[in-house]
Design a protein around this ligand. Structure first.
Ligand code: ATP
Length: 236
């Protein structure tokens, strides 16, 4: 399996406030990897630093073999990393189709790029709602739109921060089904979510953060066999 993302010794934070103290993690092509940890442990900051939204103070991020940690967020997005941000941040005054089309520009060297039609096949609900304004959608539909919009950039890596936060249980299951379909499609995914049991069923490997440091890494079988880890690092 080839390495898609390599993060080594990453440090950073906000101004003089250091949040990350040497994060190491690796994501291989086609894998689903999680970032776990209680609130405030540095998961979002790790993602923001990988995405170039926060400038690292040390360490390296390599994507598809090239260093990206000195590049702008825009450059990194164009290299093929897309984020479904916490809170979704869709354009509420644009229609579903306009939200999707606004992001449809970059093929990222793909032979078989995402199109509106492919997005609608993946998310039939978005086709039904294609003329509705983003602000008229339910929370689950908004999340599908945020995922669809990210896919329209033809990412090599899709990152979801709080994939199912604030959604009703049945809607959460719909989002997991969508993500499983994307996984089967071969997409590489990093996901943050609170539902550990679902993540164990969905992801290959997991990284647990505590106070800006990696305290455990392992696969789903290992995490599932060590419920003490859940109590120590994940329970609230
Ligand atoms: N914009 C900011 N300015 C200053 N400090 C921040 C900012 N955003 C987050 N922090 C601090 O950085 C630390 C890590 O926050 P981060 O959001 O990365 O955690 P998290 O693990 O993603 O948790 P959560 O689930 O609450 O988002 C926290 O102490 C938080 O208060």
């Amino acid at each position: 399996m080839s390495k898609l993302l390599e993060v080594a010794g990453l440090t950073g934070g906000y101004g003089s406030s250091q949040v990350l103290f040497g994060i190491d993690m690796q994501v291989n092509e086609g894998e689903v990897v999680t970032l776990l940890g209680r609130n405030g442990m540095g998961k979002t900051t790790t993602l923001r630093t990988i995405l170039g939204l926060n400038r690292p103070t040390g360490g390296e991020v390599r994507f598809r073999g090239q260093p990206i940690h000195a590049h702008s967020a825009d450059h990194i997005a164009r290299r093929g990393i897309a984020i479904v941000p916490e809170g979704r941040q869709i354009f509420k005054n644009l229609s579903v189709e306009e939200n999707l089309s606004a992001f449809a520009a970059r093929r990222n060297g793909r032979d078989n790029p995402w199109t509106l039609e492919k997005i609608y096949l993946q998310f039939p609900r978005l086709r039904e709602r294609r003329s509705n304004g983003g602000g008229q959608l339910s929370g689950g539909e908004q999340q599908m739109l945020a995922i669809g919009r990210a896919l329209m950039t033809n990412p090599h890596l899709l990152i979801l921060d709080e994939a199912t936060e604030g959604l009703a249980p049945l809607v959460r299951e719909e989002i997991w089904s969508c993500l499983k379909a994307l996984r089967e499609y071969g997409l590489t995914i990093i996901v943050i979510d609170k539902y550990i049991k679902r993540l164990i069923g969905f992801a290959d490997r997991h990284t647990i953060l505590e106070k800006g440091k990696v305290v455990w890494q392992g696969d789903s079988a290992q995490l599932s066999a060590q419920p003490d880890l859940w109590d120590r690092y994940l329970s609230v």
